[in-house]
Design a protein around this ligand. Structure first.
Ligand code: 6GU
Length: 247
């Protein structure tokens, strides 16, 4: 069970994305819930629904004001009634990874604050944010897509969200290596045959072949990941042969 609460200026973007595919089914099944809160609904009385203003010190771009963000957060936090992690989506945050997804999937409630414009007044961030998070080193226009990325990654860790056969597939990236290549019918497509080991029926050889392909892909695409992986003697042998092919 996981309750997501999203503070945003674009609630329909969040709802539209989340009601699709596996997260949509998880909501239908009651395994996750989604509450979107429109920060604009908490604009100050005299500002006619505006929630941004100029940056002190000058510079291009508008800044989200502290008070509407605070009020929208408080409307959620008061209802939950106990301290709850509040994630602020920002390129200045810690870079999201699978370990953080597991850590955040532990709780019952999570609040996401999606920034927009050029930023959010730092004073409200100091009061409400427990986890500033980035999803990678590139710049997006707002925190909505990053929040959806995080909710997707967290949702699939909630018990019951994935079918057992899908969960089994999880184990492979969870072991720290990239996935092996996969194939389905037909056996020959564009003159390319499926690797014969996969149709041999020899499960031990299939497992070894997949492990070797995972090691090979990881070595070629993400060599830094190999530093943190437990390697068996057979893994080391396979890797040394892959390294030889490289030269
Ligand atoms: Cl969390 N927000 C924005 N605006 N851009 C990003 C990001 C977040 N993570 C990577 N780029």
């Amino acid at each position: 069970m996981m309750n997501f609460h999203v503070l945003t200026l674009f609630p329909e973007m969040i709802a539209g994305g989340m009601h699709t595919s596996i997260t949509g089914r998880a909501m239908d099944k009651g395994l996750i819930t989604l509450e979107t809160v429109n920060i604009r609904d908490f604009a100050e009385e005299h500002r006619k629904g505006r929630v941004d203003d100029y940056s002190y010190g000058g510079g291009a771009g508008m800044i989200m004001q502290a008070e509407p963000v605070y009020r929208s957060w408080k409307s959620v936090a008061d209802r939950i009634g106990h301290p709850v992690r509040t994630v602020f989506l920002t390129p200045q945050g810690r870079v999201f990874n699978q370990r953080m997804a597991h850590e955040l999937a532990d709780g019952e409630d999570l609040i996401f604050l999606c920034g927009h414009y050029e930023g959010v007044d730092e004073r409200v961030l100091e009061e409400i944010v427990t986890d500033p998070v980035s999803i990678g080193d590139y710049v997006l226009t707002g925190g909505e897509l990053p929040a959806m990325v995080m909710m997707d990654a967290i949702s699939r860790l909630v018990p019951g969200v994935l079918s057992n056969s899908d969960s089994a597939v999880t184990e492979s990236f969870e072991d720290g290596l990239l996935e092996y290549p996969q194939y389905t019918r037909p056996d020959i497509w564009h003159h390319k045959q499926v690797p014969p080991i996969l149709t041999s029926g020899d499960h031990a050889r299939v497992d070894r072949w997949r492990r070797d392909r995972s090691l090979e892909r990881t070595f070629r695409m993400r060599p830094e990941l190999l530093e943190k992986v437990q390697l068996s003697p057979q893994d080391r042998k396979a890797l040394s042969e892959i390294r030889v092919q490289e030269n």
